[in-house]
Design a protein around this ligand. Structure first.
Ligand SMILES: [Fe+2]
Length: 167
């Protein structure tokens, strides 16, 4: 997606990145990208390698049972649409929740599916049936997967590369 410096205007279709690190992301302009589990898609909104922070919009189709996964850090979420259930109960649109770091679980969505705004303080590990680690969804995975889908033009990772010139 195109990105521009604020001095070029405030086109509501264009994300803005400022020299001080401030960022405005026009989420409607970012395409959904398939996530790490069937029936799921995400939009990478922000990431910070230094603090292992990932911010995503996550959309899950109705009737999806997620793979068993482990959160290596806490995950916070605001439920935008729909909801899901897991071992601590069900959450619905308008709810805010915290999944504690270190937990392993298998959430599921109902007939309304789910869109959440998630803040992950560490990667997620997908587990095999024997409990072993089958894969990791970390910042690098989210960034490269979104980039391959043309959905990471607004992301700047100062620890990975020099800041690109701004128009
Ligand atoms: Fe989870």
């Amino acid at each position: 997606m195109p990105i521009t410096h604020a001095k070029t205007g405030t086109d509501p279709r264009v994300s803005l990145r400022y020299p001080d690190g401030s960022l405005i992301v026009r989420t409607k302009e970012i395409p959904w990208t398939p996530w790490g589990m069937p029936g799921t898609q995400f939009k990478l909104l922000h990431c910070d390698d230094a603090s292992s922070l990932l911010v995503i919009l996550l959309k899950v189709e109705p009737g999806t049972v997620a793979g068993v996964h482990k959160h290596f850090g806490a995950a916070h979420a605001y439920i935008v649409e729909g909801g899901f259930g897991y071992e601590h109960g069900e959450v619905f649109a308008g709810d805010y929740m915290v999944e504690a770091g270190g937990i392993t679980h298998q959430p599921f969505t109902g007939p309304n599916g789910l869109i959440l705004l998630g803040f992950m303080f560490g990667p997620i590990g997908g587990l095999a049936e024997d409990g072993s680690l089958a894969g990791v969804l970390d910042i690098e995975w989210h960034y490269q997967t979104a980039k391959a889908n043309g959905a990471a033009g607004h992301i700047h990772r100062p620890s990975m590369a020099p800041a690109p010139a701004l128009a």
